[in-house]
Ligand binder design. Structure first.
Ligand code: NAP
Length: 430
């Protein structure tokens, strides 16, 4: 029997406990695939007294997670605490400096400090693996970095946050407002007590920064991502989108445009028949388009103990077998450091929904603002008649630049007959 691979696991929450349980439950087949047993020898968490429903006897306990980096009983450090800085960053840096491979599920850390950490891992000649950091159980990192290595990628996109996807799905199916569904999601444990990180798009942006770096061979660049969340998506717009043949999803999208790459997270209208439109509830999806392969779509569970532990074990099996790829798919000095394109350069079609007073001349004012911004309309729909009162008017534009749309929106919002800020949702053909 080959020597076991000894793990120091920092963080015994959802993912950490999921990992310990999966390694025990599937020990035989994991040993066969890894060519050696993979065993947890040391652990760290904040509260030693908490009953976690798992037997830790015989394992070293470290109150200070960073101590795992230098423990002689640890071959590989598994960081499952979370946080872009603090002990997670301290532990990962210390482990790499000590020449120990690191596996982490921490997208915040990688999106924020991934460039420096990749340099450190490269200098030390050790793997820094993070399959679990993006889309949980979906093997998106391996697919992009290894499976699609022969392709020039034109676009990578995904439903990258299960909380948002759950909320948007429930709003559509039940016709409920955002706040009501958010409260239910919190009760069910699908949303945090402070949901801002998820619903404002920050978590999806972390994941998109990672996917974009891999897809386009550039430095991970969180600051270049345009981020909007789902707070302003209304049940009315979800219903109207449905009538037009679309579904509303929070997507992270990075695409190669003329002159560079745009990366953005925002609610999108996608055709109801597209593969990504039917990915509902807490499920995630990742889509990539390559010049040789065409379109590839992966979907599955993006979070939870089992799916995330599944991804961590995949990295551990690679490490046990001595397989590893550069952190961002290529040597760090070959990565493109050019800044991403600003959001104003995004091109696409737009959905607009205005609440306008039902009186003569209103539509002419709105279409005049669009005409002056050189935006043409594909279709228009007015709902109901209520002379003197506000009624919804929906417009779908032909493709234009974001800058043009923002100029038109500013004009439209200032019209006396438009009674609330216009709702705008970008249309994405996937
Ligand atoms: N949950 C998911 O489905 C999921 C999916 C993909 C990626 N991730 C990522 O996986 C990581 C862990 O997430 P999680 O959901 O498992 O978090 P969690 O349930 O909150 O668990 C965090 C664990 O880290 C421990 N910890 C926190 N600070 C520590 C410190 N200073 N020293 C030692 N231990 C410390 C906590 O200890 P105590 O238990 O004693 O408080 C807890 O056991 C995060 O980076 C997250 O983004 C999670």
């Amino acid at each position: 029997m080959n020597e076991p691979l000894k793990l120091g696991v920092a963080g015994l929450g959802t993912v950490g406990l999921g990992l310990v349980n999966l390694l025990r439950a599937n020990a035989d087949l994991i040993t066969a695939r890894a060519g050696r047993p993979i065993e947890v020898t040391a652990v760290s968490a904040r509260d030693r007294s908490r009953d976690r429903g798992v037997d830790f006897s015989g394992l070293d306990w470290h109150g200070d997670a960073v101590a795992l980096a230098t423990s002689p009983k640890v071959d590989v450090v598994v960081e499952l605490m979370g946080g872009a800085d603090g002990p997670a960053r301290g532990l990962v840096e210390a482990a790499l400096r000590a020449g120990k491979p690191v596996v982490t599920a921490n997208k915040a850390l990688l999106a924020t400090h991934g460039a420096a950490l990749a340099k450190l891992a490269e200098a030390q000649g050790v793997p820094l693996a993070y399959e679990a950091a993006v889309a949980g159980g979906i093997p998106a990192i391996k697919a992009l970095r290894e499976g699609l290595a022969g392709n020039r990628i034109s676009r990578v996109a995904g439903i990258l946050n299960g909380t948002c996807n759950y909320i948007l799905t429930e709003m559509r199916l039940k016709g409920l407002p955002f706040e009501t569904v958010l409260s239910t999601a919190q009760e069910l444990g699908y949303a945090e007590a402070d949901p801002a990180f998820d619903i404002d798009g920050v978590d999806a942006a972390h994941k998109l920064a990672i996917l974009a770096a891999l897809a386009f061979g550039h430095q991970v660049d969180l600051a270049a991502i345009h981020v909007e969340g789902i707070r302003r998506v209304s049940a009315l717009d979800i219903a109207l989108a449905g009538e037009l043949g679309y579904r509303i999803k929070l997507l992270g999208i990075a695409s190669r445009e003329e002159g560079g790459v745009t990366a953005r997270v925002h609610p999108c209208m996608v055709p109801a028949g597209s593969p990504i439109a039917s990915v509902d509830g807490v499920f995630n999806a990742v889509l990539a388009e390559g010049d040789a392969v065409g379109r590839v779509v992966l979907q599955g569970r993006g979070a939870g103990a089992g799916p995330t532990a599944s991804a961590v074990v995949a990295d551990l099996v690679d490490i046990a077998r001595g397989r590893f790829a550069p952190v961002w798919g290529a040597a760090t000095d070959t990565l493109d450091a050019a800044p991403g394109l600003p959001m104003e350069r995004h091109r696409g079609a737009y959905y607009l929904r205005l609440m306008v007073l039902d009186q003569p001349g209103v539509i002419a004012d709105v279409t005049g603002a669009l005409r002056d911004a050189r935006i043409s309309l594909e279709s228009m729909l007015q709902r109901g008649r209520a002379p003197g009162e506000a009624v919804p008017v929906v417009m779908v534009t032909h493709e234009c630049e974001e800058g043009q749309m923002q100029a038109a929106l500013a004009r439209i919002a200032g019209l006396a007959s438009v009674v609330e800020p216009p709702a705008m949702i970008r249309i994405e053909v996937l």
